[in-house]
Write a protein that binds this ligand. Structure first.
Ligand code: GDP
Ligand code: GDP
Length: 461
């Protein structure tokens, strides 16, 4: 037995487009039996390994016997009653309209199970609409693009518990049939979740000339191998090397190759920054190599700031630590200087290493792994909103001209690095200090040191 999913929503939000994507080539199986209204298109749908019956209610909108609202109400109620689960679709580009509210009202009252999706969510223009959909009181909206196949993994995750309940997982016999295909993953830009851990960790090693980058990389490679030519597919100037770094498949982007060229041109400083930028763009985690004897020169700061602006996770390797004495005092002073000079990277790990002797490189590996993890972190909307409530209670936003700014809800829009959006009244009236209060709170309460955190205040509508 399969479950039945009704796709409901006002005209033009993209219901048929999603229906066609889910049903794909099985459209031929549209139910045309007597007793089933002809304008309800039904088809056998599949998303990944979940099989179900999809019902497209788009045709219902053409009925002409009543007022718009009355008609929609009746027809939607009928579809809802007939279905096991409702997929309620809104158009994220348009945002919430009064007609959407009518649908939401029906669904809240009538449907057992509602999956709220905000369609047309490809690109940035849709962000506000997705957030606005929270107002419908139907839980977290899934951002999807029916046309481009984005967001299908989220839809899959939402359908999975329902499917499990209806025991529709493909039986072994069916799965063995050769004609079984996955229409969604065939066409979609984004595949349904499959294990994908094969991609190597992408690390850039940047820093001033002579900080010890080449020595560090050679040590990691475990041999005194000369850094040779660019790999195919990478730009000519950024050199990448693959290695197994303590069990982690890693691709390192190095900038040493440019150094020679820079020396020839005698524009050392300038070139090594733009060169670093190139490596940073490829990376997930950036290791900024400093020379412990001369840390935080202008160029170091510029490189670290650049990594932050590019949204990369940052780990600072304080190199040549073998040459230092009074290490404790020195490290404390460096930490203090770092927080002061680069507050935007607060909490980024400072790892003391000696590229020459190899000391500290295991700690460097651990710091890189942790930074990568933080950079990828996703915090559930439910947790964020509980947290936001507590933060506002502890310290409410100011009330300009006596009018309190309301922070309505918060969600994480993206990872890599973490992006958060807070929906509020009068976003322009929120002082930077309040945003910093929230960002620092996020860092501490969700243990996200070092990674760039993006926080955007958005108004409604
Ligand atoms: P329905 O009336 O709800 O069934 O909507 P349709 O599926 O007919 O789609 C209405 C319009 O929205 C069509 O022009 C579609 O091409 C367009 N559309 C559907 N999905 C998307 C999407 O994900 N992104 C964008 N940009 N347009 C979409
Ligand atoms: P790059 O320009 O950043 O690639 O720097 P190199 O790796 O070429 O190193 C510059 C100089 O610093 C070389 O003479 C290295 O031997 C030296 N060096 C690099 N790392 C260390 C270290 O950990 N300890 C000491 N004592 N010297 C180092």
């Amino acid at each position: 037995m399969s479950f039945k999913l009704a796709i409901v929503g006002r005209p033009n939000v993209g219901k048929s487009t999603l229906f066609n994507r889910l049903v794909g080539k099985r459209l031929a199986l549209v139910d045309d039996q007597p007793g089933v209204t002809r304008d309800l298109r039904e088809g056998e749908a599949r998303l990944g390994d979940i099989n179900f019956i999809a019902v497209d209610t788009a045709g219902l909108e053409d009925a002409t016997d009543d007022s718009l609202e009355g008609r929609m109400r009746r027809l939607t109620e009928r579809a809802v009653e007939d279905a096991d689960v409702c997929l309620f679709m809104i158009d994220a580009r348009t945002g919430i309209t009064p007609v959407d509210e009518i649908f939401a009202d029906i669904l809240r009252k009538r449907a057992d199970q509602v999956i709220l999706v905000a369609n047309k969510a490809e690109g940035r223009a849709a962000e506000a609409g997705v957030l606005e959909a929270w107002n419908l009181g139907l839980g977290e909206p899934l951002a999807i693009s029916s046309e481009h196949g984005e967001g299908m993994p989220d839809l899959y995750s939402a359908l999975l518990p329902i499917s499990e309940r209806f025991e529709t997982a493909l039986s072994a016999a069916e799965a063995a049939e050769p004609e079984v295909s996955l229409p969604v993953s065939e066409e979609a830009d984004e595949a349904v979740p499959v294990p994908t851990d094969e991609k190597p960790l992408q690390v850039a090693v940047v820093g001033r000339p002579n900080a010890g980058k080449s020595t560090l990389i050679n040590k990691l490679l475990g041999e005194d191998r000369l850094l040779t030519g660019p790999e195919a597919g990478i730009t000519r100037d950024a050199i990448s090397l693959r290695l197994d770094w303590q069990g982690t498949p890693t691709r390192i982007f190095d900038t040493a190759g440019m150094r020679k060229k820079a020396k020839v041109q005698d524009k050392l400083e300038k070139l090594s920054v733009s060169d670093g930028l190139r490596a940073v763009k490829f990376a997930e985690v950036v290791i900024v190599v400093l020379d412990a004897a001369i840390p935080f020169e202008q160029q170091d700061l510029r490189i670290a700031d650049l990594a932050e602006r590019e949204g990369r996770a940052v780990v600072v390797a304080v190199n040549k630590w073998d040459l230092e004495d009074e290490k404790n005092e020195k490290l404390a002073a460096m930490k203090e200087a770092f927080e002061r000079l680069l507050p935007q990277l607060r909490g980024a790990p400072l790892v003391t290493v000696s590229a020459k002797t190899g000391r500290g490189l295991d700690r460097l590996h651990a710091a890189v792994m942790k930074a990568h993890d933080v950079w990828n972190r996703r915090i559930s909307t439910a947790r964020l909103n509980r947290w936001l409530g507590a933060m506002v209670e502890a310290h409410p936003p100011p009330a300009p001209q006596g009018r309190r700014i309301k922070l309505r809800y918060m969600t994480q829009a993206k990872t890599r690095p973490p992006h958060f959006v807070v929906m509020c009244s009068h976003p322009d009236k929120i002082p930077d200090s309040y945003s910093r209060y929230l960002v620092n709170g996020l860092r501490i309460d969700f243990d996200m040191p070092g990674t760039p955190i993006r926080l955007v205040m958005r108004g409604q509508g």
